[in-house]
Design a binder for this molecule. Structure first.
Ligand code: B12
Ligand code: SF4
Length: 476
């Protein structure tokens, strides 16, 4: 038997869709599986202590979605709590422990090493969990398991993830209590593809999910949405990196939704790259039930977009907002402020431009989380010794270590960059402001980590993407 544990207790709670796909794929191979959801229980310690004397799994799998909250100055790091959990499990079961999840995959080797887990799976878990389970009961040929991290003679070995070109997943969505997640989290996720073939300077998605786009059959995606609908869940959020990459697949998914009249039954939100986006795509998405788009806008400064390696320009942002307005889709622009070369002038250009094109809201992330393996590491390496680089921000002591939350804010923004950005926003309520570093600073940001304002609104019946719920609250 395989026991899968959801370790993510962030509030509002997001259903562990990755763990659910893994659980159902394992079940489909005839392996008994149980899910222990530490998010939906009152007392995780008591839940674990009550579970293990009753059950003796052959393998325990831990899902680790967020390695940290990616938000400066909050900079919450969740790896130490994961290490504590692994230690606690050692006292409760002799079963080997395997780690997986998107947060895990961004730092796979370091996380296995740091927590002392027996195994880890970098990338897709469906096939790897089955293969690992079988190898544990068979010849122990761990080198055959795609994406597996394991130890040979005490040395950590990391197998390459497979990144299969086509993704086919179970569609039942019954392994997790999605109805409760919907009530407490205000939305549930679904996935139409994995991976990204772009190389934005800061982004870890290609590392965690693969560097090519791996598509899921549209009919399968629609089957899954119908499974969620049958559970009373009618507000959804995509779990793709960017829904419109590629555009042809986005259209195909939407057309399948429309063919099944799903657009009249569900409302869904999504992340989109700013290009490609056009009237045909906007109209097709709206008919298929899309009610809100969060664009990876980053900046309106041509220089900053170039630095971030984004193919779009300010005019594309303007076009995106206009098309959303024309098609009745709410629109949020995610901004990435403070990257290499950002100056007060480029920030002002971006903020003024956003005010003018008038999206429903814009989120200002100030401070780029530096992930090992991304272009950001090359940038900071080229800027001289880390210890004397004023752009680097962190809350831990000792040598710099990008495994721990480490952020970059351009030195040109001075000693209080959040204040500077807020002054430029000038209280415009369309912006989620960056948070200042003072401990008593008021929260007008869009950090969803332990966000009680959001959780309370959802408890009172609010549903939708969190930016949309917060936006509605602020206008009320
Ligand atoms: C969609 C999304 C959101 C939506 C979620 C909507 C929803 N209803 O699900 C919203 C906007 C709410 C959101 C919020 C946040 N998010 Co988010 N989100 C994503 C996104 C795009 C998809 C996540 C997802 O569900 N993927 C699909 C599933 C199927 O994949 P998976 O979890 O990786 O699971 C697979 C494998 O990892 C593996 N696996 C998983 N578990 C296990 C267990 C075992 C044992 C094994 C073997 C394998 C295994 O198998 C699974 C299937 O193949 C990712 C980026 C990305 N492309 O993945 C960011 C991402 C996960 N989010 C991130 C962050 C930081 C957050 C927030 C903390 C932001 C904030 N401060 O507010 C919050 C946290 C919310 C919460 N309560 O947890 C970061 C985490 C980075 C990190 N350092 O860890 C990511 C990676 C984005 C990024 N690069 O910055 N998010
Ligand atoms: S920011 Fe979006 S488009 Fe760029 S690499 Fe990441 S997922 Fe791909």
């Amino acid at each position: 038997m395989l026991t899968l544990i959801n370790t993510n207790r962030m509030v509002p709670p997001i259903a562990p869709i990755g763990l659910e796909y893994v659980a159902e794929a394992v079940q489909d191979q005839g392996i008994e599986v149980e899910v222990l959801d530490l998010c939906l229980c009152e007392d995780p310690d008591a839940t674990l202590a009550a579970y293990f004397p009753r059950r003796s799994p052959a393998l325990v799998g831990l899902s680790f979605r967020n390695a940290d909250d990616c938000f400066w100055p909050s900079a919450k790091w969740f790896v130490p709590a994961l290490a504590d959990l692994v230690q606690r499990l050692r006292g409760l079961t002799d079963a080997p422990i395997a780690l997986g999840g998107v947060g895990f995959s961004a730092f796979a080797e370091r996380t296995v090493d740091h927590t002392g887990a027996d195994f880890g799976v970098h990338g897709d878990g469906e096939g790897a969990a089955v293969a690992l389970y079988r190898q544990l009961h068979g010849r122990q040929a761990f080198e055959t398991v795609d994406g597996l991290l394991w130890r040979r003679d005490g040395q950590l070995v990391a197998n390459q993830p497979a990144w299969p070109e086509q993704v086919s997943l179970p569609t039942r969505r019954r392994a997790v209590d999605n109805a409760t997640y919907f009530t407490k989290g205000g939305q549930c996720g679904f996935e139409t593809k994995r991976g990204c073939n772009r190389r934005c300077l800061y982004c870890a998605d290609p590392l965690s999910k693969g560097t090519c786009v791996r598509l899921r059959p549209p009919a399968e995606v629609a089957d899954e949405v119908e499974s969620l609908l049958a559970q009373g869940i009618d507000v959804l959020h995509t779990c793709d990196a960017e829904f419109n990459l590629p555009r042809s697949h986005a259209l195909a998914v939407c057309e399948e939704f429309t063919r099944r009249a799903l657009g009249e039954k569900v409302r869904w939100y999504t992340y989109l790259a700013v290009t490609p986006f056009d009237a045909e795509l906007a109209g097709t998405m709206r008919r298929a039930g899309c009610v809100g788009i969060n664009f990876t806008g980053d900046s309106a400064s041509a220089a900053m977009l170039e630095t971030y390696r984004q193919p779009h320009r300010a005019a594309d942002l303007e076009n995106a907002v206009r098309l959303c307005r024309q098609h009745g889709i709410k629109v949020m622009i995610d901004l990435m402020l403070g990257g290499p070369g950002e100056t007060p002038e480029t920030v002002a250009t971006t903020i003024d431009f956003i005010k003018r094109i008038d999206p429903d809201c814009a989120g200002a992330s100030l401070g780029i989380r530096i992930y090992p393996g991304t272009g950001m590491v090359d940038v900071v390496s080229s800027e001289g010794p880390l210890e004397s680089n004023p752009a680097l921000r962190r809350k831990y002591a000792g040598p710099f270590d990008f495994f721990q939350p480490t952020f970059y804010i351009s030195r040109h923004l001075g000693s209080n960059p959040a204040r500077l950005v807020k002054e430029l926003m000038a209280g415009d309520e369309r912006f989620f402001e960056p948070m200042e570093e003072q401990p008593d600073a008021a929260a007008t940001d869009h950090n969803y980590n332990d966000n009680t304002e959001l959780a309370d609104a959802i408890r009172a019946g609010a549903r939708g993407a969190y930016w949309d719920i917060l936006h509605r609250l602020r206008r009320a």
